[in-house]
Ligand binder design. Structure first.
Ligand code: C2E
Ligand code: MG
Ligand code: MG
Length: 557
């Protein structure tokens, strides 16, 4: 233990500086400072110590002299007070016994030790927290992709040297998205946590269970003696997940698909294994539900590898791989193209064109849709502004809004800013939202739609007729347009039931003062039918396919 005794009375500046220097050099555990006649010097020493990053926590004990208390300039109560304010830890008034002084020192040191312990514990906790955040999934507490990657690499190295085999299982909960859209994200979260617990209970010791993407888990089974063990584990996992899950208000069943890949050759690396398990998983998904499939070399290793797709998706925006296409909408009565729907396209440099039906759900699950959706909004609004200013018949643009964007708290601000920056009028923008997105939380959807409506924006329900809509809500929603889904339009001429649906939906919409857009019109017969039912707008390959902005301008305007 190092004590440092300073005599702050010393009026020589050089001595005080020397005292501080000594303190910096010896890093004392406690500083005792005599402080009497020229108390101000003591303040300066203390102040200098408290400003020094290495000494600012060192206990400082003030020693004053009672006889000098009333002397001019002595350690008066206000000086003592000031010293305490500057960070002195204790004060002893002489005469004091050596017992008193050693008790005071001991008390300070003990306190310092306790503080240090607390500090170290806090540091350790933060380090652990950071480590957890980096390596574990916060929802399920399971290892994430990064930690799985480490464990799998280690397991592969061990397997190569020990001549044992290992299996990698890729597991998908097939109905999570449905639960999310119908019952809401909190219910989806509960389901995931419960599923994670059941999966964990089924895996042997030494195995690693990780959560990879929203609905995908993975398991590393090291040190296998027989390949059959992996299949048995897969069966157990599917059994465990096939029991119903009790979520608030409802029991839910999920179906599971599992892809299994074995480490067979010395040359195989981690990425081969991941790709093979995913190829097997894709295959399993196409079979009956609750199916586990082992990888075979004749399976195409396609672009189904969710992890790779996710990584690519993360870079697609900055690498400029997205493009907005525009599909014309025809005003039937006027016989004119008056607007278009903006549809995103992803041109991947290696994999070519990737359908939005494939990457939009992943973008939604990973939250990337927020950035992507913002980009589409900005790009399409700016484009529409140019077309409208050309005065050649285009009056509006229609843009898809994902449920994730729709629930963003800054949605309204984002849209206001985009309109202001592009110069597009609110009445020239239509936003498309699916029924399912609206029905997740109908009450709050009504209020968000109300805010959008108040800005003067037009609102459309997309894919009408395919989701869970409710007529009582339909009546309350401040919307302008119904977009009847492709599936009712396609082949309607040969399908009397679809004809009945089309005719009555159009009639219902008109009675509710809504306009109707029929999607997916592919033939002149379909156009004639819809014209007979007095549909307002047509969209579909018959009118025009989605096309790049330059093509749209050349062909449609
Ligand atoms: P949607 O909004 O219902 O868009 C209509 C889809 O039908 C488009 O598919 C379009 O290419 C396709 N389609 C149009 N006419 C016909 C036709 O005559 N026959 C057939 N068979 N199909 C036709 P696409 O472009 O693949 O987009 C699929 C879905 O992805 C869209 O469905 C929309 O829900 C979503 N999506 C596309 N772009 C965006 C976007 O920028 N943001 C968001 N959130 N979602 C988008
Ligand atoms: Mg749409
Ligand atoms: Mg649609």
């Amino acid at each position: 233990m190092v004590y440092l005794f300073l005599d702050a009375d010393d009026y020589l500046l050089s001595r005080r500086i020397a005292g501080l220097k000594a303190a910096r050099k010896h890093r004392p555990d406690v500083v005792l400072c005599r402080w009497s006649v020229a108390g101000l010097n003591g303040h300066q020493v203390l102040e200098a110590m408290r400003q020094d990053s290495e000494l600012n926590l060192t206990p400082f004990i003030l020693l004053t002299d009672a006889t000098e208390r009333f002397a001019t300039g002595g350690a008066s109560p206000s000086h003592t007070r000031r010293a305490m304010e500057l960070g002195a830890d204790d004060c002893l008034v002489s005469p004091f016994t050596h017992v008193e002084i050693s008790n005071t020192i001991a008390a300070r040191i003990n306190r310092q030790v306790a503080t240090n312990d607390l500090y170290m514990t806090a540091l350790r906790n933060s380090a652990e927290k950071i480590n957890r955040l980096a390596h574990y999934d916060s929802l399920t507490d399971l290892p994430n992709y990064r930690l799985l990657h480490q464990r799998l690499s280690q397991a592969i190295t061990t397997a190569h040297s020990s001549q044992q085999t290992l299996a990698f299982l890729s597991i998908s909960l097939d109905r999570l998205r449905l639960v999310n859209t119908v019952m809401g994200y909190p219910a989806g979260d509960e389901l995931l946590k419960a599923a994670a617990r059941r999966l964990h209970a089924c895996i042997p010791t030494g195995a690693t269970l990780a959560r990879l993407t929203a609905n995908q888990f993975a398991i590393v089974l090291p040190n296998l003696e027989r390949n059959q063990q992996a299949r048995e584990t897969a069966e157990n996992l599917m059994d465990a997940l096939s029991r119903p899950f009790s979520l608030p208000g409802q029991e839910v069943f999920v179906t599971t698909s599992i892809g299994i890949a074995f480490l067979l050759h010395q040359s195989e690396d981690i990425y081969t294994l991941l790709r093979q398990a995913d190829a097997a998983l894709e295959y399993a998904k196409k079979q009956k539900s609750n199916h586990a499939q082992t990888y075979r070399s004749d399976m195409p290793v396609v672009f189904s590898d969710q992890i790779t797709m996710e990584t690519w998706l993360r870079y697609a925006l900055e690498r400029d791989e997205f493009e907005v296409y525009y599909q014309p909408q025809l005003n039937l009565a006027a016989g004119k193209i008056e607007g278009s729907e903006a549809l995103i396209r992803w041109h991947h440099p290696e994999h070519g064109y990737i359908s939005p039906a494939k990457f939009i759900p992943l973008a939604e699950d990973t939250g990337l849709i927020v950035e992507i959706g913002k980009w589409v909004l900005e790009t399409a609004c700016a484009q529409a502004k140019r077309w409208i200013s050309m005065n050649r018949g285009i009056r509006y643009i229609s843009i898809n809004l994902s449920s994730v964007q729709f629930n963003q708290s800054d949605l309204i601000d984002q849209i206001k800013n985009t309109l202001a920056n592009s110069g597009l009028l609110p009445s020239e923008l239509e936003l498309e939202i699916t029924e399912t997105a609206l029905m997740q939380d109908a009450e709050s959807a009504i209020s968000t739609l109300g805010e959008l409506k108040a800005l003067g924006i037009r609102l459309a329900i997309d894919d009408f007729g395919t989701g869970y809509s409710s007529l009582s809500y339909l009546k309350q929603l401040p919307i302008d347009t119904l977009k009847i889904d492709n599936c009712f339009v396609r082949g309607a001429n040969e399908d009397p039931k679809n004809q009945a649906i089309l005719q009555s939906t159009i009639e219902l919409a008109h009675r509710l003062d809504l306009q109707v857009v029929a999607e997916g019109v592919e033939t002149p017969d379909e156009q004639a039918l819809l014209s007979q039912y007095q549909c307002d707008y047509l969209q579909g390959f018959w009118v025009g396919k989605p096309m790049a902005a330059a093509d749209f301008e050349a062909q449609m305007m």
